[in-house]
Design a protein around this ligand. Structure first.
Ligand code: SAM
Length: 289
């Protein structure tokens, strides 16, 4: 099922800036979550990316269109048969080529793969924009016959250390993350630059109306209209949040002079707070003596 052919017109991107995906899946309907909603739908309509859905059942070779079989050696569950998967992968590669891809990489979504992170998404997005098409193999049941991994897969990609029922949701998560990074996919390109991880930090906190919610005020600086102060506050909050929640990100990142200054301010504020708490505790313990 071809949902959008990548094409080059005056309104769309140059050929090498279109992301091309083909998913091998026994549940092609699931992908409407990506093609029919939100940013990914708008980007699809703008021909920034294309998607071909290939159902291995079409290559099952049997009237019942079954693509699974019992595991050799016994045990629970079923295994996806290699022949329909290989044929579906080959068909996907041809579809990517027809959509303008110069080469293709085959990724198997698997809990045993390399964890997907921002760096990997950026790399895939960059490769996609250089006319590499991606075949995403979505497993089901107990997974796929091992020989498919050995012969037809370039890389295994995991969404996290947990097991899902199928590869469709991880494939959609990967595509959505890649699509967001395509130029013009977001209404405001700055959003992607300010998202968590883009600059190696977590995003700062956000506020909208009402100004006071359940007694909690919006920080005064955000209402000041002073763009310099607002930018500095946001950077400081992003640093504070990252330091608290993901210190590993800060350890692996170069820190500029302004950030060093902001981190020093945060440390000073923290130790002042701790001193204050310490004094209060002491006073309380004296009172109860
Ligand atoms: N028996 C497999 C194992 O333990 O490694 C899990 C099979 S799982 C029930 C079925 C399919 O879901 C897998 O073949 C894979 O495509 C997909 N899947 C499950 N968890 C995943 C994850 N964390 N990341 C990516 N894909 C996943």
């Amino acid at each position: 099922m071809e949902l959008a052919a990548a094409g080059e017109t005056e309104e769309t991107f140059a050929e090498n800036e279109v992301a091309r995906f083909a998913c091998v899946t026994i549940f092609p309907e699931m992908f409407s979550a990506l093609t029919q909603y939100g940013i990914s739908r708008r980007a699809l309509e703008a021909k920034l990316w294309s998607l071909t859905l290939v159902n291995p059942r079409s290559f099952s070779g049997n009237a019942a269109q079954t693509v699974d079989d019992r595991p050799y050696g016994g045990g629970p569950g079923m295994v996806m048969r290699p022949e329909p998967l290989l044929a579906a992968i080959e068909s996907s590669k041809m579809a990517l080529h027809a959509a303008g891809a110069r080469k293709s990489r085959v990724l198997y979504l698997s809990p045993q793969g390399r964890l997907l992170d921002h760096a990997r998404v950026m790399a895939i997005s960059a490769q996609a924009r250089q006319a590499t098409g991606f075949v995403l193999l979505c497993g089901r049941y107990e997974g796929v016959d091992e020989r498919i991994l050995e012969t037809a897969i370039d890389e295994e990609v995991s969404l996290g250390d947990f097991v899902l029922s199928g590869g469709e949701l991880p494939a959609m998560a990967l595509m959505d993350a890649v699509i967001r990074l395509l130029p013009r996919a977001l209404g405001d390109a700055a959003s992607a630059r300010e998202d968590s991880f883009a600059a190696g930090l977590l995003d700062c906190p956000h506020y909208t109306r009402p100004e006071v919610f359940l007694g909690q005020k919006t920080p005064e600086v955000l209402l000041s209209g002073d763009h310099g102060r607002i930018r500095r506050w946001r950077l400081k909050m992003a640093l504070a949040r990252t330091r608290k929640r993901r210190p590993d990100l800060l350890r692996n990142r170069a820190i500029c002079a302004e950030e060093t200054q902001l981190l020093a301010e945060l440390l000073a504020e923290e130790s002042a707070e701790q001193c204050g708490e310490h004094r209060l505790n002491k006073e309380n313990s004296h009172e109860s003596d």
